[in-house]
Design a protein around this ligand. Structure first.
Ligand code: UDP
Ligand code: MG
Length: 167
């Protein structure tokens, strides 16, 4: 089945200069990148992305981690990968959540670590099922950020709000 999945290169991956390595590993999947951007992650975005983990003891640290608070680089690279079996293929290349348990040849197995505070710094996020992928892609990207129409859209008149424009 042709699918789309959200991939994030987390702040530890960016700080360790792993962007190229990770993109090369993901290119083994033969999937297409249909959206990409660098994001400064707000607390609201972080908390919404990880809302299924809000009762976990590591939640606060996880939010700080994905915001880049531990890595001096407050940014994440967000992408949408698209193609046959995209979700499973990317999860397989990413490896298990716990980098110590991940296959050593997977992205997390090769580059991840567990900090002394117990946070899994596993360099990459990948959606784990179709429902999660849809929720996450819609959270991180607007329809016009993506080069294909992957979910239904509607026309809307955006309400007047203060924003920055190019001077
Ligand atoms: N995480 C952690 N400790 C745990 C479980 C998860 O630090 O015991 C972090 C880790 O960064 C992980 C993220 O929380 O990638 C999201 O957890 P999830 O269970 O959704 O794993 P994933 O889908 O990322 O493999
Ligand atoms: Mg998950």
């Amino acid at each position: 089945m042709v699918q789309q999945t959200l991939v994030l290169i987390k702040p530890d991956g960016l700080t360790k200069s792993l962007t190229g390595n990770i993109l090369t590993r993901l290119s083994e999947s033969k999937l297409e990148i249909i959206a990409a951007k660098i994001v400064k992650v707000s607390r609201e975005l972080a908390a919404e992305h990880y809302k299924h983990l809000q009762d976990k003891p590591f939640f606060d640290e996880l939010i700080q981690f994905i915001q880049g608070e531990f890595h001096g680089r407050k940014k994440v690279m967000a992408m949408v990968y698209w193609g046959e079996d995209a979700i499973k293929r990317v999860r397989t290349l990413a490896g298990a959540t716990n980098p110590e348990e991940a296959d050593p040849t997977s992205i997390r197995g090769a580059y991840g670590r567990i900090t002394s505070k117990g946070v899994y710094e596993n360099v990459i996020h990948a959606s784990s099922n179709g429902e999660e992928a849809e929720r996450e892609i819609k959270l991180w990207f607007a329809p016009d950020d993506i080069i294909m129409d992957i979910y239904p859209t509607k026309n809307a008149t955006c309400p007047q709000h203060q924003c920055r424009v190019w001077a």
